[in-house]
Each structure stands twice: as C-alpha cells, then as structure tokens.
Write a protein that binds this ligand. Sequence first.
Ligand code: PLP
Length: 456
Amino acid sequence: MNKPHEPNSWEARAMANVMAGFTDFPTLHERGPMILTHGKGVRLYDTAGRDYLDANSGLWNVVCGWDHEGLIEAMVAQTRRFPAYHAFFGRMADTSVELSEKLIEVSPFATGRVFFTNSGSEANDTMVKMLWMMNRAEGKPERRKIITRINSYHGVTAVSASMTGKPYNEHFGLPLPGFLHADCPHYWRFGEEGESEAEFTARMARNLEELIEREGPETIAGFFAEPVMGAGGVIPPSKGYFEAIQPVLKRHGIPFISDEVICGFGRTGAVWGAETYGIEPDAIIASKALTCGFMPLGAVILGDAFAERMQAAAEKIEEFPHGFTSSGHPVACAVGLKAIEIILEEGLLANVRMISPYFMKRLNALADHPLGGEARGIGLMGALEVVAEKATKTPFDGALSVSERIANACLDQGLICRPLGQAVVLCPPFIMDETLLDEMFDKLETALDKVAEGLK
Ligand code: PLP
C-alpha cells in the first residue's frame, strides 16, 4: 500500500519533484522517502527526528564520520583562498598539483600521472578513452574492446555502464558493442558440483583466456576489475584468482586497470585492494573515500608505462582533448589531501585493521542464522547472502524481496544497510569500534529474526 504523506511535507514534496535513482519503487511507495538533515559521527538524522547508525558509510565513501572537523576546516580554508577552477589550457589550481603528487606517492607506482574527474564513473570513462587514444596513436586502432566481469560495477555513464556487468543496463540498450564480460569469480555461488575452489579458479582463468582468444587479443584494450566486487554484493575473489588471471592478461599484452573506487584508501585493510590481492595494476581508478565523500572527486592514476604512453599520444596530436569543467576542483583536491592524511597518517586505516577481525567474526556468525547462506567479506566490507534452503543454496523467489525486507526491518531498528540482490551489505565507517559493531550486528540480527518469522 502507498504511504500517505501530509500535504507540503518533505516526503510529499520529494515524491512530487524528485526523480529517484537506484531506488526500489515498491519500497519507496510503501515506506516513503527518507529525507536526511544532518549527521554526527556514524549517525544520520532525518526530518522525522529519527536517527540511524549508517552501516553503509553513505555510499561506501563517508569513512571518517559525518562531522569531521579537519575536513570541514580544509574545505572552508580552501574555499576562502581559491574556491573554484578548472584544469584546461595548461592552467590548474596549485592544490590539484599537490594532490596529484600525493596520489602517486601513495600509489604502487614509482612515477605516474593523475587525471581528475568528478566521479568514479567519469574516471572509468576517461580511462577507456585514454586506452583508445593511446592505441590509435600507436597505430593499433583495432585494440578497443574492454573486458570486465559479470556482476561488476563500474558506473553509470554510457561507457562505464557498458563496463558494468549487471542485467539492468539492458533497459538502456547497453552494453555498447565491444564491452565484454568475463566470469564472476564467486566460488560459493558459481562453483560446480564437486569442483574444488582451486579447480574453480583455474576454470575462471581458462575461460578468460578462451574469451581473449575468441575475440582476438589484438582487439582488446584493457581488463578492468574491482579487487573485491562491491556493488555486486561484496564478492571477494576465489582463492588464487588474481594470481591465476594476471599471467593470462600479461601473455596477451592486456593491461590491468584496478577499479579501486570502493576498495581504495583502506576498505580492504590496505591502502589499495590491489595490495591486498597481489595485483600489479597498470592504472588505478579512485574516488569515494578519496575525499571521505565530503566533495565529489574521482581520479585516474596512470602508472609509469601508461603515463609515458599517454603523454606521447597527447604530444602527437598536441592535445588530450578531454576534461570536465570541475576537473581538479581546488576545494575537492584540498579535501582529498586532508582525507588521505586522516586515513593514512591519523590512524583510520590502522583502525580498520584493528577492528576487522571482530567485524569478520560477527559477520561470519550470521551464516548460522536460519536465513544465512554465505557470510563473506574482508577488511571492513561484508555481506550476508540469504537463502531459502541452506543445503542447496536455493535463493528466495525474487518476488519475496527478502533482502529488501531485511534492510527495511533494519531501518525500523535505526540501522541503515543495503540490500543487493539476495545479499545485505555492510560497509561501516572506518571510525567504528567494537561497541558500535555490536550495535550494528545486534540490530541486523533482530531484523533477520523478524523477517525469518514473517516468512514462516
Ligand atoms: N567503480 C566502482 C567500483 C564503484 O563502486 C562505483 C560506484 O559505486 C563507481 C565505479 C562509480 O562511481 P560514481 O558513483 O562516483 O560514478
């Protein structure tokens, strides 16, 4: 039933005027929109006066809490000094130079180059255009195809949505031609009867190689992967996956671009997900925690070889004809510099490492809940996938919307977590402690019990 709203209330105004994106409309109609007014620490407050523990860090990005004074001060100071600029015509804000330097310093690369965007989608889009431009400049215009994986998420622009391996992009007539999707390395879900994890991983690598050979290695521009699939439902790779696929890519001269929009800056317990999984990327895509979410900012960080090749391609046509009005925005860059300092030097990453074992202990225990199928995660990102029948891993009928019901029951407890497919995702801020983790998991357990009861 549609929830009635008082005329002129925030909810009524939102329902009348806002085109909601990535929103489940039956849930929106049933519960109404949640209009938030402010946040403090790990909590958010809405117009109805309710408060919520935000187990999603905004959208994986607000890792330092909602009221971090250091970030606010950095933003205000920069706004006073130089509130806006672009990065065209060889002009740029000093802060954008400083942040480029810092990003290379904290990257796995000895040298490199950075290009700023406003979002992760634009950063992936930019990287694809760079690959296309480098290959054309080097006389290999046929090297255009992009490989990503089923269930991956790389963004929403026409190119980054084509990279994203989710069925909903069919509604836009995507993917564009030349965007290929390899297997999702989720052993628990896609491992075959009697297949060991090592055999599964070997099959992933074999299938990737077959895809490359079928398409023609000389037509493939790059392979993009999230170290841990985030919006796919927090899917860490099967054991040995990246060790197995990197030689395949190397053999065929295909660069590896690590999409670190979620994993970057500590989410997996290391600065980069690439570090956690022994990935040797040619470039890194960053955003989200790069500014702790306080300003929109994305970055393409080119490693040594790409930086040289990209510079040469641009020199050849005397330009890199690409950029956004707010590329290298000085306030976003100032916030980025401060965010990196807070995460890497002021103990946030250290805190992730410290509390991750407790997070994982409580997460893993959820697998024993009657609804629990697989509990999976790493660092401070986790998911519980629910099943109708444990032994056979049978998913619930999609029409039952079980993960949405759990997320809604969590909201009723004052906890924000996210339903993704048949999973409920947790990616709390890096400032959590064991008491807050207990509150989060206790609320989730209560919600799981209520939903399980309702399904009987
Ligand atoms: N890449 C990954 C791995 C992401 O998770 C996201 C967003 O969640 C994006 C790219 C797109 O970033 P944005 O939403 O800033 O465009």
